[in-house]
Write a protein that binds this ligand. Structure first.
Ligand SMILES: Cc1cc2nc3c(=O)[nH]c(=O)nc-3n(C[C@H](O)[C@H](O)[C@H](O)COP(=O)(O)OP(=O)(O)OC[C@H]3O[C@@H](n4cnc5c(N)ncnc54)[C@H](O)[C@@H]3O)c2cc1C
Ligand SMILES: *[C@@H]1O[C@H](CO)[C@@H](O)[C@H](O)[C@H]1NC(C)=O
Ligand SMILES: *[C@@H]1O[C@H](CO)[C@@H](O)[C@H](O)[C@H]1NC(C)=O
Ligand SMILES: *[C@@H]1O[C@H](CO)[C@@H](O)[C@H](O)[C@H]1NC(C)=O
Ligand SMILES: *[C@@H]1O[C@H](CO)[C@@H](O)[C@H](O)[C@H]1NC(C)=O
Ligand SMILES: *[C@@H]1O[C@H](CO)[C@@H](O)[C@H](O)[C@H]1NC(C)=O
Ligand SMILES: *[C@@H]1O[C@H](CO)[C@@H](O)[C@H](O)[C@H]1NC(C)=O
Ligand SMILES: *[C@@H]1O[C@H](CO)[C@@H](O)[C@H](O)[C@H]1NC(C)=O
Length: 592
């Protein structure tokens, strides 16, 4: 199994003479008690050669299926993985974590991986060992948190999924508050990437600090949110990745590397939306604001008054700290009309999308609130589903709005607790597509984009009695200096406000017209440089890779260059098939 000492020496010499690069990397390497150094030398990356794994990923892969049925195919893969499993277990050794063969299904059940190797390391040494063994066996590794992403961000079949949620820190606690210093005149929190947002929120409230924008869900990991630059809906708040000022990463050689934003600004433009391609992030240090007491207000207003009036829309989004706008289609029927609709299935002739209601939820800082009025986390009462409790069919929009009507019009919270949290659907599954456009000072582009979706939905309801989407959630965020963030300051059309709108829409994956509306929307607005959220549903749209490459332009080259310059993953150990297809192979992998 192990290459001989001679091979090992040769390899080491080869590396010593050939790795010459302009950037000083040594000062990024953190010393860790590493009982694995010899092993590390042996496993240094080389070009991939054919193996059992290539068979699993090649002729036996789902896309190339040449056997009769998925069950047969999956069994053939499984039998080959049993062999790899024994080797993995042997090489990882008794101090490593358990290795399991698992079937993986992501949160909304749109990503199914029949067989993968699942590991859940608890120490950095275990992470290092897994990476080195994977490299030796020419396998690939990808980190996961909660598995909420709806795109192919996961490892390929037959490869290794490294769940980072149990990872402990060797030199401190899982969450640590750092005081302002001369280099950083603000509070920061150093947090392990496997920590959940709900735990970080409690920690922040206890310590009087806060983030300025958060997702609609707190059951996600910090690493997952930094990797795809998860966003909230705060006019002056960026995506999650941009809160990061420091990070420690285990690279493809198993070395722990430390990067500081002030010192490595170019690399950070990549890391703040790194898609798991830069290694296993160990911990991140996030910039904090001082905690604020805020007032949350819920209003129900007509869709046309907010989304068909640019002046009004502009006033709302620029005057509130955070703004959430939600439309659940076909919600304006009276009870009598709803009963009539149930009986006849006929859409009332005077119904229109413009007359429907939107839920407008705003958050703003306030002073002098009686502490007894301050409430905890803000769960949305949507019966476990954003788009309409347990009612199915067209009337679910109305039932979702009824749930909103039951909300208190005003509540008070500490800021991280004011961000709205979705409960998981109790009924069925729901997916989401989220597409970004840059907001111009006239608000024309975002409102045209919304109008297209609204009218498409209205038309399908009228002509077909079905809706392509159950919820439309336009959200807002500030653009970042970032190579491939969808909210991106390099994508600056005329009259940019420096903000992007995320047009997020939800439905069960197989709902009538859902994929059609997403596809048509992207084609219609490609000239406006519309771009997808990396973690949402987009890979099923034909031609999307070209659209992505066109939008980011040389941002992609810069993204890949920093990965090469800092030698984080010279031989694509942290990639998967989809990402390789999109970004291409690393050009600096050494010949074996
Ligand atoms: C109900 C729901 C609500 C959502 N709301 C929002 C929202 O409001 N705004 C928004 O922007 N998004 C939202 N999302 C998307 C979500 O924020 C992202 O999918 C996020 O990545 C989820 O975190 P996770 O822990 O599940 O990550 P995973 O899906 O497990 O991982 C995501 C990516 O991060 C990488 N990764 C994870 N940990 C590490 C690590 N330690 N080192 C290196 N790479 C790592 C993985 O390789 C993968 O590529 C929502 C998703 C759901 C299901
Ligand atoms: C987080 O989601 C998982 C399922 O994905 C669920 O089992 C768990 O209870 C949730 N935790 C919280 C605190 O919501
Ligand atoms: C649009 O909004 C502005 C600002 O609130 C308001 O003055 C104007 O009357 C609105 N226009 C229409 C047509 O309602
Ligand atoms: C955004 O920040 C600017 C500059 O600090 C401030 O003037 C403005 O009021 C803020 N807007 C919102 C909506 O918070
Ligand atoms: C449609 O007309 C009915 C009466 O026929 C009325 O009750 C209802 O309010 C109208 N709906 C809208 C949205 O105008
Ligand atoms: C839907 O839920 C409500 C309360 O949550 C319940 O009263 C009702 O019976 C449910 N309906 C169905 C069809 O399950
Ligand atoms: C209309 O709805 C039916 C099912 O009710 C479906 O089979 C058909 O394809 C739909 N057509 C369009 C254009 O959405
Ligand atoms: C830019 O803004 C100016 C003034 O607000 C406006 O006249 C012009 O049409 C805008 N240009 C574009 C392309 O939106």
């Amino acid at each position: 199994m192990f290459p001989s000492t001679l091979t090992c020496l040769l390899l080491a010499i080869l590396l010593l003479v050939s790795v010459a690069h302009p950037i000083t990397l040594d000062d990024t390497i953190v010393d860790v008690a590493d009982d694995d150094k010899v092993f590390a030398e042996v496993s240094r990356s080389k070009r991939r050669v054919p193996s059992v794994l290539s068979e699993i990923m090649g002729p036996l892969s789902r896309s190339k299926r040449q056997v009769q049925s998925e069950i047969v195919r999956s069994d053939l893969v499984y039998s080959r993985m049993r062999v790899l499993h024994l080797m993995l277990k042997y090489l990882i050794g008794p101090n490593g974590p358990e290795v399991e063969i698992r079937h993986f299904v992501n949160w909304d059940k749109t990503i199914l991986i029949d067989n993968l190797f699942y590991v859940r390391p608890t120490t950095i040494q275990q992470v290092q060992r897994i990476i080195r063994v994977a490299d030796m066996m020419q396998m690939r590794v990808r980190a996961t948190g909660e598995g909420h992403s709806r795109s192919p961000m996961y490892p390929d079949e037959g490869n290794i999924m490294m769940d980072v949620r149990d990872l402990t820190r060797f030199d401190g606690p899982r969450m640590e508050l750092m005081r302002p210093s001369s280099e950083r005149p603000f509070y920061t929190v150093k947090v392990m990437t496997g920590v959940y947002l709900y735990d970080l929120n409690e920690f922040m409230v206890k310590n009087g600090v806060t983030l300025i924008a958060e997702a609609l869900n707190n059951n996600e990991t910090i690493g997952g949110m930094v990797s795809v630059s998860t966003h909230g809906s705060t006019w002056n708040g960026t995506g999650f990745g941009d809160f990061m000022v420091e990070v420690r990463i285990i690279d493809s050689m198993g070395r722990l590397r430390r990067f500081v934003r002030e010192k490595h600004p170019e690399l950070f433009k990549s890391l703040i939306c790194g898609l798991g391609m830069f290694g296993i992030m160990y911990d991140v240090t996030l910039k904090m604001h001082t905690s604020k007491v805020v007032k949350v207000e819920n209003r129900i207003v007509s869709l046309e008054s907010v989304l068909y009036n640019a002046t009004k829309f502009g006033e709302i989004v620029t005057s509130n700290l955070a703004t959430e706008i939600s439309w659940y289609p076909f919600n304006s029927l009276t009870n009598t009309e709803a009963e009539e609709y149930t009986k006849t299935g006929t859409i009332p002739s005077n119904w229109s999308a413009g007359k429907d209601f939107v839920w407008l939820r705003t958050t703003n800082e306030v002073d002098g609130v009686n502490p007894s009025l301050i409430q905890g986390p803000n769960f949305l009462p949507t019966g476990g589903s954003l788009s309409g409790s347990n009612v199915t069919g067209l009337l679910r929009g109305k039932s979702a709005l009824d749930l909103v009507r039951s909300l208190a019009p005003v509540t008070y919270h500490y800021l991280p607790h004011a961000f709205p949290i979705l409960k998981m659907p109790r009924f069925g599954t729901e997916t989401s597509t989220a597409l970004f456009v840059t907001i111009d000072t006239e608000y024309k582009r975002p409102l045209d984009a919304l109008k297209f979706l609204i009218e498409y939905t209205e038309n399908q309801i009228r002509t077909n009695g079905t809706t392509p989407i159950n919820a439309l959630l336009p959200r807002l965020l500030m653009n970042s200096e970032c190579h491939i963030c969808p909210a991106n300051s390099n994508i600056q059309p005329v009259n940019s406000t420096g903000r992007s709108m995320v047009i997020d829409f939800l439905a069960p994956p197989l709902q009538q017209g859902y994929y059609d509306i997403s596809r048509e929307f992207v084609y219609k607005f490609r000239g406006d440089l519309v771009r997808p959220h990396w973690a949402k549903r987009f890979d099923n749209m034909p031609g999307i890779m070209d659209i992505i490459r066109n939008v980011y332009g040389d941002g992609i080259q810069k993204f890949l260059k920093s990965r090469e310059d800092y030698q984080l993953d010279p031989c694509d150990l942290f990639m998967n098939k989809y990402l390789l297809q999109l970004f291409g192979q690393s050009k600096i992998c050494l010949q074996a």
